[in-house]
Design a protein around this ligand. Structure first.
Ligand code: AMP
Length: 110
């Protein structure tokens, strides 16, 4: 299986601005932010894309959404946009499932 840049971030082989981590998920700042706050939530269990989700891994997108919701609540972010890019035609460049979290509100520690 080909290692993506997100595998390498997860394995701490390359640095990232991590904002949240637990046993299921890692969240870090997008290196090319398209909003005041632009984060990426990735599952620790690898799936390449929404297009590859199976009944066994169907919980992962929902889990990422719940982590993003909890993060927003804890950081006092009221409004945000959540996006999955699916495949090349959907703008997906990194083939490791990730949820984009975008907001024009700032994370309180920033
Ligand atoms: P996508 O187009 O949905 O595959 O999104 C991939 C995202 O990963 C883009 O918004 C990139 O800016 C972001 N990205 C790529 N490399 C890094 C990195 N090393 N650290 C943080 N974000 C990255």
């Amino acid at each position: 299986m080909e290692q993506t840049i997100f595998h390498r971030i997860l394995q701490k082989e390359i640095p990232a601005s991590v904002v949240y981590e637990d046993e299921e998920v890692l969240a870090f700042k997008d290196i090319h932010p398209k909003a005041t706050t632009h984060l990426l939530f990735i599952p620790k269990h690898f799936v390449a894309s929404i297009a590859d989700v199976t009944p066994e891994t169907a919980h992962l997108p929902g889990m990422l959404i719940l982590k993003a919701q909890k993060f927003a609540k804890e950081k006092g972010i009221q409004g945000y946009k959540l996006t999955f890019h699916v495949g090349k035609g959907g703008g997906q460049e990194v083939m490791y499932l990730h949820l984009h979290f975008l907001s024009e509100e700032r994370v309180s520690e920033d």
